[in-house]
Design a binder for this molecule. Sequence first.
Ligand code: ADP
Length: 486
Amino acid sequence: MPLRIAHAAAEITPFAKTGGLGDVVAGVARALGRRGHDVRAFLPFYAPVAKLDLPFVSVDFLRDIEVRMGERSFTFSIFTTRLPASSVDVYFVHCPALYHHDRIYSSDWDEYLRFGLLCRAVFECCQRMGWSPDVLHAHDWHTALLPVYQRSLYAWDRLFANTRTVLTLHNLGYPGTFAAGVAGDLGLAPHGHLLHRDDLAAGRFSFLKTGLIWADLLTTVSRTYAREIQTPEHGFGLDAMLRARADHLVGIVNGVDYGEWSPESDPYIPQRYSAADLSGKEATRQALLAKVGLATTPRAPVLGLVSRLTAQKGFDLLFDTLPEFLFHRDVRLVALGSGEERYESLLAWLQVTFPGKVWYYRGYNEELAHWIEAGADIFLMPSRYEPCGLNQMYSLRYGTPPVVRRTGGLADTVEPWNPVSRQGTGFLFDHFTPEGLRWAIDTALRVQADPEAWRQLQRNGMAKDFSWDRQVLEYEKAYGRLRRQR
Ligand code: ADP
């Protein structure tokens, strides 16, 4: 039976994206729409979004809506447009007082209000549309107040009487924790009994924790991560709460939008290719090296890296591994990313120290990300922890076997290469040590030297199907569970 489903998030690709969150929200929403559900999505009308050349339409009855948030009040209006290639309408919350920053995330004092208002806007819009959602689906800390708002400020409204809430945990490392006083600013002071008492007593208020308590269902983005976050090592202090809610926690691996990420149809790369004919990949590899000015040799393997440069992604291991590989072996490194200064400096230093072998682009560049996925031979993703990860799935599709650590979604999506059975799709190491990564890169280089084995490994990965049309069935199952709970 078709459901009415509202998604609310801080990022939705292509409007607003800094990492995987935007891709995933767009992917789930689009696939649910294809399955015949009535899906609507809510996103702030950030200043950079307003500058996009898109047909935003203002909605008459969703104009100048005033919302009281504690002592303050904010007025917002709604613009809509379609999520490209979908039946999903996106509702953009236009509130310049909060969304005037030139970035999606700001470190300004009002960050909690920016996302608090987004949550309130979802309810206010549903009321004015007379649209009763079966599912309100929150993503990460930014929209984790949806469940508590349903049970407090909007508990009186029968429109939401049958609504169930879902909170997807894309990354537990960002809990959205603020001083306890913000609870009042968010309009939750009269509902203190719904908030985490110990936190308030300690002077804290966490969006994510509040969501963990009140969401009807919790999901996270891989089966392994669902298990890991229930342990002290990966739980960021929330493991006990997650163990307590284990019956309401499911792991669903993210899907890939193969419309965007397929070597057969990729509009960015210089030559398209497929598993049946990999010659275009070799041409793309040569074109990548030429584009970035690295010395081309027919055999030197190209290591690729596209990532936010944060400790989570495991780049501490690169300090003790990459210099020696670059010194002793005929390899190339093409890296794209920005983030913490020490990793940016490392990559910049490698580029200076190994001219002709290393190229690093500091920043965000969609086109280059596609070039590297396609043109590299081996993709590096040594994450310390990884809720799901998308790049390893992209690299599988592009015939670029990944070297990954066996954690979270990497463990669920990459299968170790077995030289005897010739099965497997990449290289996994267990221990978060330079030795672990060194072993995995070394193994990959050895297999790469055997063209026949390598081709088989590439084909195995390219045959994997992580499409949203498959993964979305798991979300439907989870939503079905919620309806039975009624
Ligand atoms: P996370 O969400 O933790 O950043 P994921 O692997 O889930 O990691 O998703 C990362 C997404 O962001 C991918 O689509 C990747 O291509 C993209 N990405 C990350 N850094 C950059 C960059 N510097 N330039 C272009 N795309 C990037």
